[in-house]
Write a protein that binds this ligand. Structure first.
Ligand code: AMP
Ligand code: MG
Length: 488
């Protein structure tokens, strides 16, 4: 295990042509202090969590000092924001500090978000505020706890520095984000639209080598890679739909080539099931509403496909894009089957799911509380009553429940095994906005206990936890009044 000072850096992205990035050091935050540290992510880096000192973490992850081996850079990319191409993007407030290769030969990017201005900051101040950094810190661990591919976070650092957001002064923070892939669809769009097609091939080869070496020897390596990105993206958004997650800013610069949830902003989990929910106050047209996410991901994949046209035949791109709806449908059904405890693959399952989702929408059901409660369903009056409590007009559930009970009869697993399997995929805790808001409010008053408590809770969301039972219940009334915007 390594200390912070001897992490095994090997910065492959820096070996790419200069036009891929700007080499620049972080602008240090004033008087930094450690708010949270995540030992699980330290393990990914072979970093000895017991050896790290809070003061050192604050120093390195506020930009006050550079880790030995780190060679910071701001990545250049572009992308489609709310459907419109923006050539001016890039890391405007974050830097890739470098890549750490662990003993399993896994290569992890260390990215410091909130690290000051770069060549791509445009009108921004290069900072991230405490509020949004806490949200990203918590959601990345919450996602990971749910088994949804995501970027992670190693540490969260606060400071006394303030910046203006929506007319108010807010504290700055910095988040050390860790993932194997910071390559966005927008990286390819940049090279395609600026007609740097040789360099685009260099990037594609880099991605093949680094993320998809299994396709290097394929007949059509770029096509195979694109197909894999389509498949992973379909699986990712299927998970979001199955767990009621709204990303809210699904621009192509927020889409990872590895199919991870990426660049969290004004996201939400649905409290009650509202398919049309828009979680970003600035999204006036509802482009990124919950129920539009699957088609938006396909649209984003078409942008990636367009950018790959110098490497893949147009007809192949179109054929692959056309295969997306079927891949998505399959992935979605897989997710819901798991949540319903159905292992066998039966004809009527798709309809069973559709009917349940309709019921959720009509009866204001909290889908996550419903699935958790369903995990204890055994046909007894008590277990039925528990479910009925979650439905506006309880009798509306009866026909579906009868169908489900019948369907369960064809399942090979015994009831205790099914229940345990369901409890392992149906969380007791999800990160509801009001929970993040409570943590943010106490953090603003200088108390970071709840940030750390929620982190511990959400890491293991399937486990009951009597100390935090209230978070498994319906959200308080004020939760409905939380307003989320792009400002972060
Ligand atoms: P996001 O909405 O966080 O995905 O950011 C979109 C683009 O705006 C990216 O290029 C960011 O780097 C940039 N950006 C966002 N906030 C800031 C900021 N405060 N300062 C500079 N650039 C920013
Ligand atoms: Mg972004």
């Amino acid at each position: 295990m390594a200390s912070l000072e001897n992490l095994n850096f090997d910065n492959s992205y820096l070996r790419l042509p200069n036009l891929f990035y700007q080499q620049i050091e972080p602008t240090p935050l004033n008087d930094p202090f450690l708010i949270a540290f995540n030992p699980d992510v330290a393990t990914l880096l072979d970093l000895d969590a017991n050896s790290v000192q809070s003061a050192d973490l604050a120093k390195y992850f506020s930009g006050q000092a550079l880790l030995p081996g780190s060679q910071p850079l701001a990545m250049k990319y572009t992308g489609h924001q709310f459907g419109v191409y923006n050539p001016e993007l890039g890391d405007g407030r974050g830097l890739l500090l470098g890549e750490v290769v662990n003993s399993k030969e896994e290569r992890w990017d260390l990215h410091l978000k909130g690290s000051g201005k770069t060549a791509f900051s445009r009108f921004g101040d290069g900072r991230a505020v405490l509020r949004s950094s806490i949200r990203e810190y918590l959601i990345s661990e919450a996602m990971s706890g749910l088994g949804i591919p995501t970027t992670r976070a190693l540490a969260l650092v606060g400071s006394q520095e303030k910046v203006m957001r929506d007319g108010m002064m807010e504290s700055c923070a910095a988040l050390l984000r860790v993932t194997q892939c910071h390559i966005r669809f927008g990286h390819f769009e940049y090279l395609y639209y600026s007609r740097q097609h040789d360099e685009l091939k260099v990037l594609a080869d880099y991605c093949l080598e680094r993320f998809y070496p299994q396709f290097k020897e394929a007949d059509q390596p770029y096509q195979a890679m694109y197909e894999e990105v389509i498949q992973r993206s379909a699986e990712l958004v299927a998970k979001w739909q199955a767990y009621g997650f709204v990303h809210a800013v699904l621009n192509t610069d927020n889409m990872s080539l590895l199919g991870e949830a990426f660049d969290y902003g004004p996201f939400s989990f649905l409290d009650t099931y509202k398919p049309k929910l828009v979680s970003n106050h600035n999204d006036h047209k509802g482009r990124y509403a919950f129920d539009r996410q699957p088609e938006i991901v396909q649209w984003n994949l078409s942008c990636l496909g367009q950018a790959l046209l110098t490497l893949i035949d147009k007809n192949d791109v179109i054929a692959l894009l056309d295969s997306y709806p079927e891949r998505y449908k399959k992935a979605e059904l897989t997710e819901f089957r798991r949540r319903l405890g159905l292992q066998a693959d039966e004809q009527g399952d798709s309809e069973l799911v559709r009917e349940l989702l309709q019921l959720f929408a009509q009866q204001n059901v909290d889908m996550n509380r419903f699935f958790r409660t369903l995990s204890n369903f055994d046909g007894s009056d008590e277990s039925i009553a528990d479910l009925m409590k979650l439905i506006s007009y309880p009798s509306a559930l009866t026909p579906w429940l009868l169908k489900y009970e019948q369907r369960l009869e064809n399942e090979p697993a015994s009831q205790p095994i099914r229940k345990a399997q369901m409890r392992s995929v149906n969380p007791q805790f999800i990160l509801r906005n009001y929970m993040a808001e409570e943590a943010i409010r106490s953090a603003t008053d200088g108390d970071f206990t709840l940030v750390n408590d929620l982190m511990a809770l959400l890491k293991n969301p399937m486990q009951d936890n009597s100390a935090f039972e209230r978070y498994a219940e319906a959200p308080p009334e004020w939760a409905g009044g939380i307003c989320l915007t792009c400002s972060s």
